[in-house]
Ligand binder design. Sequence first.
Ligand SMILES: Cc1cc2nc3c(=O)[nH]c(=O)nc-3n(C[C@H](O)[C@H](O)[C@H](O)COP(=O)(O)O)c2cc1C
Length: 178
Amino acid sequence: MGDAALSVGCASQTVGVADFKRAMRSLVSGVTIVTTGRGDSRKGLVASAVCSVSVDPPLLLVCVNKEASSHDPLLANGCFCVNVLGRSHAELVRPFSRQSAAHERFTRGRWETLVTGSPALAEAPANFDCRIRDSMSAATHTIILGEVQAIRMNAGREPLVYGFGSLGHYTPLPGEAS
Ligand SMILES: Cc1cc2nc3c(=O)[nH]c(=O)nc-3n(C[C@H](O)[C@H](O)[C@H](O)COP(=O)(O)O)c2cc1C
């Protein structure tokens, strides 16, 4: 049976940008810094639009605004590192998300490399060092699919979270902590 035979049809209407932004505030997420490049050419931006895609092979995706200064270098370099921020990394969010503070990027935090040479933040709860496998234009953003080449984890480092426009921390419900 073809898909058309199962289709019930979908009505559509236009949703306002403000409503979309307001509703997305309730989708609480982790916070990462996505980095690429070496030495003086290092680039990075804060990104919460990061998500696991496949386990075997390990794939993840990152959505990057085409106007971000890291966008073109990411695609040109062909590799990047997703650095999951911990509670102690909150001070990195401002420089890596505001162009006015861009000169402070990589002056804070300890930056190392794993396999691809992209900057990997020391003491991050997790680093995912990736090679770009594919990318797709999606309106203002590019969806970048990365194949994970190396993982580093720091057990016990609490992740930073972002929701309702604020940074915060993760608290499991009583009885849920593993
Ligand atoms: C919590 C948070 C999450 C963000 N998530 C993303 C994201 O997923 N993708 C993106 O392109 N920009 C995201 N941004 C915005 C970029 O970090 C910001 O526009 C950055 O300054 C762009 O880099 P540039 O200043 O080098 O151009 C986020 C900002 C914050 C504060």
